[in-house]
Design a protein around this ligand. Structure first.
Ligand SMILES: [Mg+2]
Length: 181
């Protein structure tokens, strides 16, 4: 049976929200922090008429995202399972994609001769990719709910923007679940 661990990148490995809010605050003169990001569409931190994409359309943003403090331990746990794995991300193509490739190759060399970006899958519909006996590590309410309907096991990392979703886990609980495979 096919068994793959799929890993969302933004706010699972990369601290997208910290970098994004730094851009928004610098542009708009605001002082939003992590806990203010309560809605998945960023409507709590953006004035009407602004879109999240207009703040982060450059490759540099995506290539220099900070890591979450648990990212290295999580990836180490995944490598130690021996399962196949892939990074599953819904970023726009173009400059974001180029930046993400660089970022993965800088941070997550797994000791094989396969470059990390070779495991990068871009999909707006993650439920078309994940299913069956697969595992997905994810924070987006939309992707968590859609992928659970496929039968896949979704490990949902708790953040302010996904409260209300069933079965939310701390990053350490996700790592423990992976280690128990
Ligand atoms: Mg995410």
């Amino acid at each position: 049976m096919r068994r793959i661990i799929f890993i969302d990148v933004d706010d699972v490995l990369a601290n997208f929200t910290r970098a994004f809010l730094a851009r928004v605050n610098a542009t708009n003169g605001t002082s939003f922090t992590y806990k203010d990001h309560q809605n998945w569409d960023f409507s709590c931190v953006l004035p009407p008429g602004q879109t999240w994409r207009q703040h982060i359309s450059d490759e540099e943003f995506w290539a220099t995202l900070p890591l979450h403090p648990w990212a290295d331990e999580l990836m180490q746990a995944i490598w130690e399972t021996g399962w196949e794995y892939a990074y599953l991300s819904a970023i726009p193509l173009g400059t974001a994609f180029m930046g993400r490739k660089k970022w993965l190759d800088e941070h997550f060399q797994d000791g094989t001769n396969v470059a990390p970006h070779k495991r990068l899958i871009i999909a707006e519909r993650k439920d078309f990719v994940v299913g069956g006996a697969d595992i997905l590590i994810e924070d987006s309410p939309q992707h968590i709910e859609a992928c659970r309907l496929t039968g896949a096991s979704v490990l949902a990392i708790s953040h302010p923007w996904n409260q209300g979703i069933d079965g939310l886990l701390t990053p350490q609980q996700v790592i423990d679940e992976i280690r128990a495979l």
